[in-house]
Ligand binder design. Structure first.
Ligand code: AMP
Ligand code: MG
Length: 521
């Protein structure tokens, strides 16, 4: 197995002089060298051939001893020196001080086809940033990360990628619901791939310590290696950087809202400066359309990270990044200008995205009202978001209202639930919608094709991930393989997989792992 390695991050940025692997505060350093813990009996569960391929690896490589050794942390790849990064962050709105890669270890950078990627193991043992935790990850959460990261990519949502899922052969103790019932679970290691794993929190750390030198080194490094399109100098350079992060973050959130993804823990340490989805913890997918829903039981009370709040939280997090970069800019005005544009930009992009979901190519003044009426209506009775939008593409210009309603009814969790007034509301909305699509020049067939490229047929519903986890815990990975293949083509009709185009089964409504997840991982 041959990787074209590169170690820019460690070569150009200040290292922690200590290599003692115990939890501690680390000053004036962007990383600490640390070795993964050797797993006792590693075995490969699954790998993404596509990710391997863009790293320059073949299918044969995936099944090699080298691969297993490297991506389980068993053997350090020649010429590399793994490291963990310190970062800080605001967690659930509160300043949390130094956090860092507590169970993530960066192996190296890889250069292939002119693109550079950082490889990172998650769950490969403790680092100086593990605080009171063990540095490991369980199979349950590792499956969720591996499957979802790849599913998001195929949905067209910017994300970190997942190369492999490996069982460590070690047991890990977890109290899943934090209710005093710890139990041993299988340990696992995911190898994640991204341009870098630098987060808003990396900048917040140095700013909070008034370590402006390291802040500047890190920011210059980040721009030089990861934002090569930024050609400006001095203050302008930092503003362009902030502007770009704002833009890509916004685009990521629009995509989350499009597919019904709820991240669950949008702390600033979980925000990538690349505008890619990172840290798949207690995330979830909207089943019935409910903007107030969050899967994260830790956030049950305030629901800070609920679906409908994600755009506002992204902006809140960008404020924290702006504060962190401020010492390099020393002028709040231009930062505020960028931040102030966020909400109007978001509204514009959201509107466009929703127009696409509805198959509307022409912009009409009445569209915002049509969309608002719809999102209110979707909440009146439990209505499955994915099924609704997918089936809406079957509505035709000449449809009678009853027929149009029949086409979308499958999305209602209880088809008899609709009181007369709800059905009346649906009739009204469908009438507006049919009138509206009659103003379009595209045919019913063209609209359906267009909508089906925007509204996925298959998403990783929470219960699907849980079924997969239950089987994998018993050593059966067939469902994992099946779901991985299914989710590679989320917009395609896959008649043989129609069973996954279904509403959440009743047993999954309140089941742990299906609609309720804790941060335990
Ligand atoms: P998260 O909520 O997963 O984003 O994690 C927040 C912080 O806790 C990060 O600094 C993680 O590295 C750290 N962390 C989470 N789980 C563990 C673990 N099992 N061992 C060590 N650190 C952890
Ligand atoms: Mg995290």
């Amino acid at each position: 197995m041959k990787l074209h390695i590169q170690n820019n991050f460690t070569a150009e940025l200040p290292a922690d002089p200590s290599e003692i692997n115990i939890p501690r505060q680390v000053q004036e350093a962007c990383f600490s060298y640390v070795e993964p813990k050797k797993p006792s009996n590693p075995s490969l569960i699954h790998a993404s051939v596509e990710v391997a391929c863009f790293l320059g690896l073949s299918e044969d490589d995936i099944h090699s001893e080298d691969f297993l050794n490297t991506f389980s942390g068993n053997v350090i790849y020649p010429g590399t020196k793994p490291y963990a990064m310190p970062y800080a962050g605001h967690q659930f709105g509160n300043w949390a001080g130094q956090l860092g890669d507590g169970r993530a270890i960066n192996l190296t950078e890889v250069l292939h086809n002119n693109a550079s990627y950082t490889l990172q193991l998650k769950g490969a043992g403790p680092t100086p940033y593990s605080r009171t935790a063990d540095g490991f990850a369980v199979l349950r959460s590792s499956i969720r990360e591996h499957l979802c990261a790849e599913a998001m990519h195929y949905l067209g949502v910017p994300t970190t990628r997942s190369l492999s899922l490996i069982l460590s052969g070690d047991k890990v103790l977890r109290d899943v619901m934090y209710n005093g019932n710890p139990a041993y679970e299988k340990g696992a290691i995911v190898s994640r791939v991204a341009p870098s794993f630098i987060r808003f929190g990396n900048f917040e750390l140095f700013a909070s310590r008034k370590d402006h030198d390291t802040l500047q080194l890190l920011t210059n490094y980040t721009i030089k290696h990861h934002f090569p399109d930024i050609k400006s100098e001095g203050v302008e350079k930092y503003l362009d950087f902030f502007q770009t992060v704002t833009q890509t973050t916004l685009d990521m959130i629009v995509n989350w809202q499009r597919v019904g993804f709820v991240h669950g823990v949008m702390n600033t340490d979980n925000m990538s400066i690349h505008g890619i989805t990172i840290d798949y913890g207690p995330y979830g997918w909207l089943e019935d359309y409910n903007p107030d829903w969050t899967p994260n039981t830790t956030d049950n009370q305030h629901k800070r990270y609920r679906f409908g709040n994600q755009p506002d939280i992204a902006l809140w997090n960008l404020y924290q990044l702006a504060n962190a970069l401020y010492p390099l800019i020393n002028d709040a005005k231009p930062l505020e200008t960028i931040l102030n544009a966020f909400s109007t930009d978001y509204q514009k992009k959201y509107l466009n995205m929703m127009r696409n979901k509805l198959g509307l190519k022409i912009n009409k003044d009445e569209d915002p009202v049509l969309i608002e009426n719809l999102t209110e209506l979707l909440q009146l009775i439990e209505t499955d978001m994915t099924i609704f939008f997918r089936n809406l593409s079957d509505v035709q210009k000449e449809d009678a209202l009853e027929i149009a309603l029949d086409r979308i009814k499958e999305a209602f969790y209880n088809e008899n639930d609709g009181s007369e007034s709800v059905l009346n509301n649906w009739h009204n909305w469908l009438q507006q919608y049919i009138d509206r699509i009659n103003q379009e020049t595209i045919t019913d067939g063209e609209r359906k094709q267009f909508m089906n490229g925007v509204n996925p047929k298959y998403v990783l519903r929470n219960y699907m991930a849980q079924l997969c986890i239950d089987a994998a815990d018993k050593g059966d990975y067939s469902l994992l393989n099946e779901l991985f293949e299914l989710l590679k083509k989320p917009y395609d009709e896959q008649p043989e997989s129609q069973k996954w185009f279904a509403k959440r089964p009743d047993w999954a409504r309140d089941k742990v792992g299906c609609s309720m997840l804790s941060c335990s991982s």
